[in-house]
Design a protein around this ligand. Structure first.
Ligand code: DGL
Length: 275
């Protein structure tokens, strides 16, 4: 069966952070329709086991398949690192995660071959960023640091708070001492701390945002499979984006409206455990 090119792209995350990936897809692929699922009832994924993340991801993929999506983006670093290689074998749809595009960009960016990675505990434990980078260029040294406090700080809206900056200085101290020139923001929430992180790492270090790279990877994937959506008229944007969450959608809507270019029109709660 050939996929319908005008079908939506499914995007999912453990919660709200994946909206940073949605934002990049909207900017870079403005004709595409999207169905977003945020697992707000079960967030965070960052400290959960691999088996749990695989089970959650499988349920969400089944839900997205029911929405007739033409492709899936795993907009969560932790799920990309721990579950993507398992779930991709079980479905017949193009699917991509955020880790591979982010790792690729960091390899192209570094000059001194010293890359830092900040992410959740699960992503760091998986070692996937390290593995992908060193498989491509074994001369690169990778320095990793789990930053578990960043997600709750961003969810609280403390993106510019001095407390968050102090936390960032502590987390990044060791990486900076290792003379990195490139830093992967390997968690969906971290691009929302970009300004603060830039202040902490200084001019010498380039920040890599896997969300942006993932939108570019999606573009290539859709092009290769001849799956680009037909051009749509300006003004039709907001109606083509549908949002689902596993917990109440009120907080979801507030957060989303702060970071997305279009206000949310359609959002619904889903009982994801039944999938
Ligand atoms: N979305 C997760 C990630 O990118 C961060 C939040 C969580 O721990 O669930 O790794």
């Amino acid at each position: 069966m050939t996929a319908d090119k005008n079908a939506p792209v499914g995007v999912f995350d453990s919660g709200l952070g994946g909206l940073t990936v949605v934002r990049e897809i909207m900017r870079n692929l403005p004709d595409e329709s999207l169905v977003y699922f945020g697992d707000t009832a079960r967030v965070p994924y960052g400290n959960k086991s691999k088996d749990t993340i695989i089970r959650y991801s499988g349920q969400i993929i089944r839900f997205l398949q029911e929405q007739n999506v033409k492709a899936i983006v795993v907009a969560c670093n932790t799920a990309s690192a721990l579950a993507l290689d398992t779930v991709e074998k079980e479905i017949d749809l193009p699917i991509l995660g955020v880790v591979r595009p982010g790792a690729g960009m960091a390899i192209r960016t570094t000059r001194n071959k010293r890359i830092g990675v900040i992410a959740t505990e699960g992503t760091i434990r998986s070692g996937l960023y390290h593995e992908l980078i060193c498989a491509e260029d074994p001369e690169i040294s990778v320095f990793e640091k789990a930053c578990p406090l960043f997600v709750p700080l961003v969810e609280e809206g403390w993106n510019k708070d001095p407390v968050t900056e102090e936390v960032a200085r502590r987390y990044l101290k060791e990486l900076l001492e290792n003379d990195i020139d490139t830093l992967i923001m390997g968690c969906t929430h971290y691009p929302l701390l970009r300004t603060l992180l830039k202040r902490v790492v200084g001019e010498k270090v380039t920040l890599v945002n896997p969300a942006y790279e993932t939108a570019q990877a999606l573009k290539q994937l859709l092009e290769k499979r001849n799956l680009f959506h037909e051009p749509v008229s300006v003004g039709e944007e907001a109606g083509r984006y549908r949002y689902f969450a596993s917990d109440s959608i009120e907080h979801f809507k507030d957060f989303a409206n702060r970071i997305l270019p279009y206000d949310i029109v359609q959002a619904e709660q889903v009982a994801i455990e039944k999938y």
